[in-house]
Design a protein. Sequence first.
Length: 314
Amino acid sequence: MDTDLIRTFLTLAQCSSFSTAAEKLTISQSTLSHRLHQLEEELGDVLVSRSRGKRNFHLTEAGLEFIPLAEDWMRLSHSISGFHLGRRSQMLRIGSVESVAMTLSPLYKNLLQITEGASSLHLFYTTSPSFKLYDALEAHQLDVALVVRKRRSPLLITEPLFSEGHLLLGDFGKQSHPIDPATLPPHRELLADWSPAFEPWHQEIFGSAASPLATVDTSQALLGLLGTETWSIIPESFALYLKDMGILDRLGLSLYELTTPPPRRVTYKVTHRHIDPARKELMAHFEKELTHFITEDHFTLRTGITRRKEYGNC
């Protein structure tokens, strides 16, 4: 079975959008559809139910059951393909939730540039929900994970790395004052559950009966749906990433402060209590670069994020 077929299916399941998944994989939607059909033929089952001519789709029962097998396949594939490289160079295995991965992407580029030309660092990097990253760490499949949810484990050390506020993303004109979230139209919201404290805050503000336009589970899925007719409340680091990458200008969107913002989101660094002595120097190097990146980028460890630039219409 072709690993590209597995990767295509997992990306589609993660993005919940054919167009977003195709863009992330840098392939056409027709190629994506062909790969999916080929995978379904090999498995002898339908993984995705999609009506002809409609953008909406959902995973079938078989598709949902296949996800953990597909993830195991990709982990094994990465281990095999990196076996010889891992023996000749230092392999650093990092896991992260997707929104944090976007924010820290310059750090990983710097890591690769720093070691370029020497006995180079090989970076194995994956994004998953927090609970899956904990499982991978306990199984020694990762060296470090960056998560937004805490889970008790006698095998792991969980430390707060930084905390951040939230901003409103949308098109509400040139608002010079913070916006009351209770005045926002729920039927235009793109809702994402950013942290354990976010959902209770959302229910308190909008009520449990509020019906958003869409509920998404990844940052990429959110990006695929953003437009001037929608709005979303997002972590500050993700907002700054969208601004720095020019995505806000391209979509015609702005960032606004809220009169009653959600509780601050905390990102945690998680490592295993029992680190291979041969990997301690590599881990110390990574933690030094991580701390330097956060400090230089004007993050404030454990207490919050200092704004790096003006938001525009805030």
